[in-house]
Design a protein around this ligand. Structure first.
Ligand code: KIV
Length: 270
Protein backbone atom coordinates (compact mmCIF):
# COMPACT_ATOMS: atom_id res chain seq x y z
CA UNK A 1 0.00 0.00 0.00
CA UNK A 2 1.30 3.49 -0.90
CA UNK A 3 2.48 5.84 1.83
CA UNK A 4 -0.08 8.45 2.90
CA UNK A 5 1.01 12.05 2.40
CA UNK A 6 -0.15 15.43 3.69
CA UNK A 7 -1.93 15.94 0.35
CA UNK A 8 -3.84 12.66 0.83
CA UNK A 9 -4.88 13.76 4.33
CA UNK A 10 -6.20 17.12 3.08
CA UNK A 11 -8.03 15.35 0.22
CA UNK A 12 -9.72 13.02 2.70
CA UNK A 13 -11.57 15.98 4.19
CA UNK A 14 -12.64 17.14 0.73
CA UNK A 15 -13.97 13.61 0.01
CA UNK A 16 -15.72 13.38 3.39
CA UNK A 17 -13.50 10.48 4.52
CA UNK A 18 -12.83 10.30 8.26
CA UNK A 19 -9.15 10.34 9.28
CA UNK A 20 -7.67 8.11 12.00
CA UNK A 21 -4.52 8.87 13.93
CA UNK A 22 -2.94 7.13 16.94
CA UNK A 23 0.22 7.77 18.88
CA UNK A 24 3.18 5.40 18.49
CA UNK A 25 6.58 5.42 20.12
CA UNK A 26 8.23 2.16 19.05
CA UNK A 27 8.70 -0.14 16.06
CA UNK A 28 6.50 -3.04 17.04
CA UNK A 29 3.45 -0.98 18.00
CA UNK A 30 3.88 1.15 14.86
CA UNK A 31 3.88 -2.02 12.71
CA UNK A 32 0.61 -3.19 14.30
CA UNK A 33 -1.14 0.20 14.04
CA UNK A 34 0.01 0.46 10.43
CA UNK A 35 -1.21 -3.06 9.59
CA UNK A 36 -4.60 -2.11 11.09
CA UNK A 37 -4.90 0.67 8.50
CA UNK A 38 -4.38 3.75 10.69
CA UNK A 39 -3.91 6.83 8.48
CA UNK A 40 -1.33 8.69 10.59
CA UNK A 41 1.01 7.77 13.46
CA UNK A 42 1.92 10.61 15.80
CA UNK A 43 5.17 10.17 17.70
CA UNK A 44 3.75 12.42 20.38
CA UNK A 45 5.62 14.05 23.20
CA UNK A 46 3.15 12.14 25.41
CA UNK A 47 6.05 9.69 25.30
CA UNK A 48 7.40 11.73 28.22
CA UNK A 49 4.45 10.53 30.30
CA UNK A 50 3.48 7.10 28.98
CA UNK A 51 6.93 5.77 28.03
CA UNK A 52 9.19 7.64 30.46
CA UNK A 53 6.83 8.04 33.43
CA UNK A 54 7.06 11.82 33.88
CA UNK A 55 4.11 13.89 35.17
CA UNK A 56 4.07 16.14 32.06
CA UNK A 57 5.45 16.23 28.50
CA UNK A 58 7.83 19.08 29.27
CA UNK A 59 11.04 17.06 29.73
CA UNK A 60 10.98 15.43 26.28
CA UNK A 61 14.00 16.42 24.17
CA UNK A 62 14.52 16.67 20.43
CA UNK A 63 16.81 13.63 20.69
CA UNK A 64 14.00 11.62 22.35
CA UNK A 65 11.61 12.67 19.61
CA UNK A 66 14.12 11.80 16.86
CA UNK A 67 14.98 8.36 18.31
CA UNK A 68 11.36 7.30 18.74
CA UNK A 69 10.33 8.73 15.35
CA UNK A 70 13.07 6.65 13.69
CA UNK A 71 11.72 3.50 15.34
CA UNK A 72 8.12 4.27 14.38
CA UNK A 73 9.09 5.14 10.80
CA UNK A 74 10.72 1.71 10.42
CA UNK A 75 7.40 0.08 11.31
CA UNK A 76 5.05 2.06 9.06
CA UNK A 77 4.52 0.95 5.47
CA UNK A 78 1.51 3.14 4.67
CA UNK A 79 0.70 5.37 7.67
CA UNK A 80 2.06 8.91 7.53
CA UNK A 81 4.58 9.65 10.31
CA UNK A 82 4.17 12.85 12.30
CA UNK A 83 7.10 13.89 14.50
CA UNK A 84 6.22 16.06 17.50
CA UNK A 85 8.26 19.20 18.26
CA UNK A 86 9.05 18.96 22.00
CA UNK A 87 8.80 21.87 24.44
CA UNK A 88 11.70 24.28 23.91
CA UNK A 89 12.54 23.21 20.35
CA UNK A 90 10.47 25.84 18.50
CA UNK A 91 9.68 28.61 21.00
CA UNK A 92 13.04 30.43 21.08
CA UNK A 93 13.45 31.54 17.47
CA UNK A 94 12.18 30.80 13.99
CA UNK A 95 15.69 29.76 12.86
CA UNK A 96 16.09 27.26 15.69
CA UNK A 97 12.58 25.90 15.07
CA UNK A 98 13.28 25.36 11.36
CA UNK A 99 16.65 23.71 12.16
CA UNK A 100 14.99 21.35 14.67
CA UNK A 101 12.10 20.49 12.34
CA UNK A 102 14.63 19.66 9.61
CA UNK A 103 16.45 17.31 12.05
CA UNK A 104 13.18 15.56 12.87
CA UNK A 105 12.67 14.89 9.15
CA UNK A 106 16.29 14.33 8.07
CA UNK A 107 17.44 12.17 11.00
CA UNK A 108 14.14 11.04 12.52
CA UNK A 109 12.42 10.21 9.20
CA UNK A 110 9.27 12.17 10.11
CA UNK A 111 7.07 13.02 7.12
CA UNK A 112 5.50 16.05 8.82
CA UNK A 113 5.87 17.75 12.18
CA UNK A 114 3.33 18.86 14.77
CA UNK A 115 3.70 21.87 16.99
CA UNK A 116 1.49 23.25 19.73
CA UNK A 117 0.22 26.83 19.76
CA UNK A 118 -1.54 29.54 17.83
CA UNK A 119 -0.87 32.96 16.35
CA UNK A 120 2.40 33.43 18.26
CA UNK A 121 3.93 30.71 16.04
CA UNK A 122 2.67 31.72 12.58
CA UNK A 123 6.18 32.79 11.52
CA UNK A 124 7.59 29.48 12.74
CA UNK A 125 4.93 27.51 10.83
CA UNK A 126 5.73 29.47 7.66
CA UNK A 127 9.48 28.96 8.10
CA UNK A 128 9.08 25.19 8.50
CA UNK A 129 6.77 25.07 5.47
CA UNK A 130 9.34 27.05 3.47
CA UNK A 131 11.79 24.26 4.28
CA UNK A 132 9.37 21.84 2.58
CA UNK A 133 7.99 20.22 5.73
CA UNK A 134 4.21 19.83 6.23
CA UNK A 135 3.01 21.18 9.57
CA UNK A 136 0.18 19.90 11.78
CA UNK A 137 -1.15 22.51 14.23
CA UNK A 138 -2.42 21.83 17.76
CA UNK A 139 -4.88 24.05 19.67
CA UNK A 140 -7.01 23.72 22.81
CA UNK A 141 -5.41 21.89 25.69
CA UNK A 142 -1.80 22.14 24.56
CA UNK A 143 0.03 20.12 27.26
CA UNK A 144 3.28 22.09 26.83
CA UNK A 145 1.40 25.05 28.40
CA UNK A 146 0.62 22.94 31.50
CA UNK A 147 1.97 25.57 33.91
CA UNK A 148 0.19 28.43 32.15
CA UNK A 149 -3.14 26.55 32.21
CA UNK A 150 -2.63 25.39 35.81
CA UNK A 151 -2.98 21.72 34.86
CA UNK A 152 -4.61 19.59 32.18
CA UNK A 153 -7.88 21.53 31.80
CA UNK A 154 -10.56 21.74 29.11
CA UNK A 155 -10.01 24.91 27.04
CA UNK A 156 -12.33 27.17 25.02
CA UNK A 157 -15.20 27.03 27.49
CA UNK A 158 -16.12 30.74 27.38
CA UNK A 159 -17.41 32.59 24.30
CA UNK A 160 -14.31 34.78 24.39
CA UNK A 161 -11.89 31.81 24.51
CA UNK A 162 -13.84 30.01 21.77
CA UNK A 163 -13.75 33.10 19.53
CA UNK A 164 -9.97 33.39 19.92
CA UNK A 165 -9.52 29.69 19.15
CA UNK A 166 -11.60 29.95 15.97
CA UNK A 167 -9.54 32.96 14.85
CA UNK A 168 -6.29 31.11 15.63
CA UNK A 169 -7.47 28.09 13.61
CA UNK A 170 -8.11 30.33 10.61
CA UNK A 171 -4.73 32.03 11.02
CA UNK A 172 -2.96 28.65 11.17
CA UNK A 173 -4.83 27.51 8.06
CA UNK A 174 -3.78 30.72 6.34
CA UNK A 175 -0.17 30.08 7.37
CA UNK A 176 -0.37 26.71 5.59
CA UNK A 177 -0.92 23.89 8.11
CA UNK A 178 -2.23 20.66 6.52
CA UNK A 179 -4.25 19.58 9.57
CA UNK A 180 -5.08 20.71 13.08
CA UNK A 181 -5.28 18.75 16.34
CA UNK A 182 -8.02 20.04 18.66
CA UNK A 183 -7.55 18.77 22.20
CA UNK A 184 -10.02 18.88 25.10
CA UNK A 185 -12.41 21.58 23.92
CA UNK A 186 -16.23 21.67 23.87
CA UNK A 187 -17.63 19.79 20.87
CA UNK A 188 -19.54 22.91 19.74
CA UNK A 189 -16.28 24.84 19.37
CA UNK A 190 -14.60 21.94 17.53
CA UNK A 191 -17.59 21.71 15.16
CA UNK A 192 -17.42 25.42 14.39
CA UNK A 193 -13.67 25.24 13.71
CA UNK A 194 -14.14 22.13 11.52
CA UNK A 195 -16.74 23.98 9.44
CA UNK A 196 -14.66 27.16 9.29
CA UNK A 197 -11.41 25.76 7.88
CA UNK A 198 -10.68 23.67 4.79
CA UNK A 199 -7.90 21.55 6.30
CA UNK A 200 -8.87 18.56 8.47
CA UNK A 201 -9.36 18.84 12.22
CA UNK A 202 -8.23 15.84 14.27
CA UNK A 203 -9.99 15.74 17.62
CA UNK A 204 -8.98 14.31 20.98
CA UNK A 205 -11.62 15.08 23.57
CA UNK A 206 -13.20 17.45 21.02
CA UNK A 207 -16.36 15.52 20.16
CA UNK A 208 -17.68 13.71 17.09
CA UNK A 209 -17.77 16.53 14.53
CA UNK A 210 -14.06 16.71 13.73
CA UNK A 211 -12.68 15.40 10.43
CA UNK A 212 -10.67 12.75 12.26
CA UNK A 213 -9.78 11.45 15.70
CA UNK A 214 -6.60 10.72 17.63
CA UNK A 215 -6.06 8.93 20.94
CA UNK A 216 -2.98 8.03 22.91
CA UNK A 217 -2.65 4.35 21.98
CA UNK A 218 -1.80 3.19 25.52
CA UNK A 219 -5.04 4.85 26.72
CA UNK A 220 -7.33 3.21 24.15
CA UNK A 221 -5.68 -0.17 24.70
CA UNK A 222 -6.24 0.10 28.47
CA UNK A 223 -2.66 0.12 29.79
CA UNK A 224 -3.51 2.51 32.63
CA UNK A 225 -5.96 2.63 35.54
CA UNK A 226 -6.54 6.36 34.91
CA UNK A 227 -8.97 7.11 32.09
CA UNK A 228 -9.88 10.62 30.95
CA UNK A 229 -13.58 11.22 30.07
CA UNK A 230 -12.83 11.33 26.34
CA UNK A 231 -10.92 8.02 26.21
CA UNK A 232 -12.71 4.92 25.00
CA UNK A 233 -10.96 1.70 26.05
CA UNK A 234 -11.19 -0.82 23.23
CA UNK A 235 -9.42 -3.56 25.20
CA UNK A 236 -8.03 -3.92 28.72
CA UNK A 237 -4.43 -4.81 27.92
CA UNK A 238 -3.28 -4.18 31.50
CA UNK A 239 -5.61 -6.97 32.72
CA UNK A 240 -4.40 -9.30 29.97
CA UNK A 241 -0.73 -8.60 30.71
CA UNK A 242 -1.28 -9.07 34.46
CA UNK A 243 -2.99 -12.43 33.88
CA UNK A 244 -0.24 -13.61 31.53
CA UNK A 245 2.66 -12.46 33.70
CA UNK A 246 1.18 -13.89 36.91
CA UNK A 247 0.76 -17.23 35.11
CA UNK A 248 4.35 -17.07 33.83
CA UNK A 249 5.70 -16.29 37.32
CA UNK A 250 3.69 -19.19 38.78
CA UNK A 251 4.79 -21.69 36.11
CA UNK A 252 8.47 -20.73 36.36
CA UNK A 253 8.40 -20.94 40.16
CA UNK A 254 6.61 -24.33 40.02
CA UNK A 255 9.01 -25.61 37.31
CA UNK A 256 6.10 -26.10 34.88
CA UNK A 257 7.73 -23.84 32.27
CA UNK A 258 9.88 -24.61 30.36
CA UNK A 259 9.32 -28.34 29.85
CA UNK A 260 11.32 -30.26 27.25
CA UNK A 261 8.98 -29.19 24.42
CA UNK A 262 10.36 -25.66 24.81
CA UNK A 263 13.98 -26.90 25.00
CA UNK A 264 16.73 -27.80 22.51
CA UNK A 265 17.97 -31.38 22.38
CA UNK A 266 21.63 -32.03 21.87
CA UNK A 267 22.03 -33.80 18.48
CA UNK A 268 23.29 -37.39 18.52
CA UNK A 269 27.07 -37.54 17.89
CA UNK A 270 28.18 -39.99 15.11
O1 KIV B 1 1.78 14.24 22.20
C1 KIV B 1 0.73 13.68 21.86
O2 KIV B 1 0.58 12.46 21.94
C2 KIV B 1 -0.37 14.53 21.39
C3 KIV B 1 -1.71 13.90 21.20
C4 KIV B 1 -2.35 13.69 22.51
C5 KIV B 1 -2.54 14.66 20.26
O3 KIV B 1 -0.17 15.68 21.17
Amino acid sequence: MAKKTAIDIVNMKQKGEIITMLTAYDFVMASILDEAGTDMLLVGDTMGMVVYGNPTTLSVTLEDSIRHTQAVARGAKSAMIIGDMPFGTFQVSKEEAVRNAIKLVKVGNAEAIKLEGGSEFLGVVEGILDAGIPVMGHLGLTPQSYHKFGGFKVQGKTDEEAKIMIEESKALEEAGIFSLVLEAIPWEVAKEITEAISVPTIGIGAGPYCDGQVLVTYDMLGYFDFKAKFVKRYVNVKEQILTAVKEYNKEVRNKVFPDLSYSYKKPQQM
